[in-house]
Design a protein around this ligand. Structure first.
Ligand SMILES: Cc1cc2nc3c(=O)[nH]c(=O)nc-3n(C[C@H](O)[C@H](O)[C@H](O)COP(=O)(O)O)c2cc1C
Length: 450
């Protein structure tokens, strides 16, 4: 089976694992969230697994709220800034893609374009950029804003942000810089294209002061599950991270998203849907269940409540954990992460989950609440089922605790997927676009250019 018919696999690395109790696991290094040697080891491990890319999530504020819970959390508290980290990891790796998050709500497009273009040059074309609108409202106070922009406004801004960044990446033709010592000419002005953008949120003249990137443009990623999130992905993204509770909703999401692309003049294969997956891998199903139960048991109730308070956008401090959340406490909607909020409310509507059951399900698998626990065969079965059903083009592996969660996935699940002919045995290309089977974008000419 050729590469582009195989599963695409990205790995999400955050702090010492996405699980809120990861740092309490004796196997995770204390302080690993800010240890470059540790992160270099993780990136090289992911490269050994021939994974498509290594992704680092990011938020623009350290967790606030109920200190009783927050003081017990490592996740989302203090860690590397993703692009700085990726530039260093680029020097220590050679094939794995490097994808980092940037906020379209709290970043300047000129800076974003410059940083990711530079990272693409530094990494030899292995860069991806994950555009998020930043759901976490406390970030506003770190950027001199009294209020956090409304969800719809954040996405309107995100659309213009992406267009400006793409426009800046098209500032120079690939062969603009002739660097001709004989004539003393460094570049040809006719191959330089200032942007002259005037929009609702941005006025950006350009050109970008970085030559065209090896990939033309870094690979565009997003992760929005809401209506405007899906529209942004269908119009501009090449990879989208999705969170789905079950196979039918994953199939519906996939069909919906791919079905929106034609109206933007795009073909479905120009976008890869990577479904978020939280695997807990063990030698056997029983061994995996035991390890999983041990990690779950380390979740302190204050941490569980604090974590739920973020995605349900309501303060749950002090609530008894072996009873459901009183309906009257739950807001009708959220200005934060709409898709997670809707999925959690749906789950609470279906079963009267107690606070403990809810935070345990979300701790294991944020939003989708569908962690997979078992042997390599069990995990591969679930992945093959969704992939073969056409519900996804691959997976975004959210690693629970590091390094063990990544080691187990690379040493046990990857060989099982390779044995089934579902995943590559060797990298065949050198850029992230090669790995993902994505074409190199041509320079787009828009009227405002000279
Ligand atoms: C795999 C994955 C990774 C994500 N990474 C980030 C991130 O790094 N930073 C962030 O603020 N949001 C991140 N998100 C959240 C999304 O950007 C977005 O806020 C969320 O999916 C909800 O979007 P919606 O309001 O459009 O439903 C991620 C979501 C997924 C599924």
């Amino acid at each position: 089976m050729s590469d582009d018919k195989m599963m695409k696999l990205g790995v999400l690395i955050s702090d010492v694992g996405v699980h809120p109790a990861a740092w309490l696991d004796p196997g995770t290094p204390l302080g690993g969230e800010i240890s470059f040697p540790f992160y270099l080891e993780l990136a090289r491990r992911a490269e050994e697994g021939k994974l498509d890319f290594f992704f680092v999530a990011d938020t623009l504020a350290s967790r606030t709220g109920d200190m009783a819970g927050v003081m017990r959390q490592c996740a989302y508290t203090a860690h590397f800034e993703p692009l700085t980290l990726m530039a260093a990891l680029a020097a220590g790796t050679s094939r794995i893609g490097l994808a980092a998050t940037i906020s379209s709500t709290y970043s300047e497009p000129y800076n974003a374009a410059r940083m990711f273009a530079s990272l693409d040059h530094i990494s030899g074309g292995r860069t991806g950029w994950n555009v998020v609108t930043t759901a976490y409202a406390p970030a506003a106070a770190n950027f001199g804003r009294d209020t956090h922009e409304d969800h719809a406004l954040r996405y309107r801004r995100a659309n213009e942000f992406v267009d400006v960044v793409n426009g800046l990446w098209d500032s120079w033709d690939d062969d603009a810089f002739i660097r001709d010592r004989a004539s003393g000419i460094h570049f040809l002005p006719e191959r330089r294209h200032p942007l002259n953008h005037e929009g609702e949120f941005y006025r950006v003249k350009g050109p970008l002061n970085a030559p065209r990137a090896p990939q033309g443009r870094p690979v565009a990623i997003s992760a929005g599950g809401s209506e405007p999130g899906k529209e942004l992905a269908a119009r501009t993204s090449e990879v989208v991270f999705s969170v789905d509770r079950d196979l039918p909703s994953a199939l519906a999401y996939y069909k919906d998203l791919k079905g929106r692309m034609a109206k933007h003049g795009r073909a479905p294969e120009e976008l890869a849907v990577l479904t978020a997956l939280n695997p807990f891998v063990g030698e056997t199903d029983a061994q995996a269940q035991d390890a999983f139960a041990a990690l779950q048991a380390r979740i302190h109730p204050d941490v569980g409540r604090a974590m739920l308070s973020v995605d349900l956008d309501v303060d749950l401090r002090g609530l008894p954990i072996d009873e459901p959340i009183p309906d009257e406490m739950l807001p009708a909607s959220t200005n934060a992460t709409k898709s997670y909020f809707e999925m959690m409310k749906q789950a609470m509507g279906e079963q009267k989950l107690t606070v403990r059951q809810l935070y345990e399900a979300c701790a294991a698998s944020r939003g989708g609440m569908n962690a997979v626990v078992g042997s390599a065969k069990t995990i591969a079965d679930r992945m093959e089922e969704w992939f073969s059903a056409g519900a996804t083009d691959g997976f975004m592996i959210r690693i629970s605790h590091l390094p063990e969660g990544l080691d187990n996935f690379v040493s046990m699940v990857v060989p099982e997927l390779q044995r089934r002919g579902l995943f590559r045995e060797e990298y065949t290309g050198s850029t992230l676009r090669d790995h993902l089977g994505l074409a190199r974008p041509k320079i787009s000419r828009c009227p405002s250019r000279d």
